[in-house]
Write a protein that binds this ligand. Structure first.
Ligand code: NAD
Length: 329
């Protein structure tokens, strides 16, 4: 059976998602698209060989026969889109962040619980092979008790930020770089720490991109219920220095680290090991996983439950930076 997808938002990342659905052949098809900009709906409709087009996503929900919705909207519209899709009984893939406030998160949680649909957070970096290998080793207890984890997503943003519209404004973005690109190392930290975040503190900076309401760089510390301390390093201001890496984990038996491709691990008393991985398109893996989990009725790696934990870390970081204190979650 082909899973019919309705797309909310036909901008930049929607094009990437669209190409991923096209690679799935008969398994899934985008049959309806919505965007407030007609050119954008037409562009995606043409790319998929024809789809119903809508300027209002509520109209898409009312009129199009789809099984699932893929949300690729600016951040301030995520909650409204999720609640509407869940209420209409549609499964959901939602781009990060889940939504913008804990009140919105509660509305999302209730709508999804009431309707019984599946919501998958589009946390694409979890599909890096090095992350999956690390998770298997951690779950098998190879490092023993985990002490500290650092996750990183840093690059020099090439855009002229005056042209980025909703990203520069706090009310539509929900913050700055941390709630956008910084969302990736945040969900990665949650995944590797495998526990509930309980305390957070942060320092935010704007080094270079002064047209943003929010920060262009952040350093966040998170303590988890199992004792793990995590450090998120994220920025749009600079290119990462060599060997900065994607993540590392240290524990009682040794350590592991990844550049985002391969995984190196070293258990005390043994020779260092490297798991050589292929470079993959994480979006292709994420979209294929979404469709497979709907088909097989399996829980996604991260649902709204984990999405809310990630949001708590980020909102806690913002509160910590503004109040200059450690925030209990
Ligand atoms: N996973 C990743 O690496 C990654 C990368 C980029 C973007 N994203 C996420 O994807 C989402 C979209 O980002 P983007 O870069 O594609 O933004 P974008 O600005 O390129 O696209 C957003 C689209 O939504 C449309 N839109 C605005 N209001 C609308 C409405 N009411 N109804 C329908 N359409 C509406 C806009 O016209 C635009 O076409 C964000 O949540 C962002 O964080 C994720």
């Amino acid at each position: 059976m082909t899973i019919k997808i309705g797309l909310f938002g036909c901008g930049g990342i929607a094009e990437t998602h669209t190409d991923c659905y096209l690679k799935l052949g008969d398994e899934a098809q985008i049959t309806a698209v919505s965007d407030v900009i007609t050119e954008n709906t037409q562009k995606i409709a043409a790319r998929v060989g024809g789809a119903q087009t809508f300027s209002d996503f509520h109209a898409l929900l009312a009129e199009a026969e789809v099984d699932a919705i893929d949300i690729c909207l600016p951040h301030h519209l995520h909650k409204e889109a999720i609640v509407a899709a869940a209420t209409a009984g549609k499964h959901i893939l939602c781009e990060k962040p889940l939504c913008l406030t804990l009140e919105e998160a509660e509305a999302v949680r209730q709508a999804v619980a009431k309707s019984g649909v599946t919501l998958m957070c589009a946390h694409n970096q979890l599909f890096l092979p090095a992350v999956q290998h690390a998770k298997e080793l951690l779950d098998a207890g190879k490092l023993g008790q985990i002490y500290e984890i650092r996750t990183v997503d840093v690059f020099r943003h090439p855009w002229n930020m005056s042209g980025t519209g909703w990203r520069s404004r706090r009310e539509t973005m929900g913050g700055g770089e941390l709630i956008d690109t910084g969302y990736h190392p945040s969900y990665l930290l949650l995944y590797l720490a495998n526990s509930e975040p309980i305390e957070v503190t942060a320092m935010l900076s704007t080094y270079r991109i002064h047209t943003l309401d929010g920060e262009d760089s952040a350093q966040v510390l998170v303590r988890f219920a199992n004792g793990v301390v995590g450090n998120i390093v994220t920025s749009w201001a600079y290119d990462p220095p060599a060997h900065m890496g994607k993540f590392y984990v240290v524990g009682e038996n040794g350590s592991m680290q990844s550049d985002g491709v391969n995984l190196h691990y070293h258990l005390r008393g043994s020779e260092p090991n490297t798991i050589t991985c292929q470079k993959v398109n994480t979006f292709e893996r994420e979209i294929a996983d979404f469709v497979a989990r709907l088909r097989d009725k399996r829980r996604p790696i991260h649902t709204e439950a984990e999405g809310i934990d990630v949001l708590k870390m980020i909102l806690g970081a913002y509160q910590s930076a503004s109040e200059k204190r450690i925030v209990s979650l």
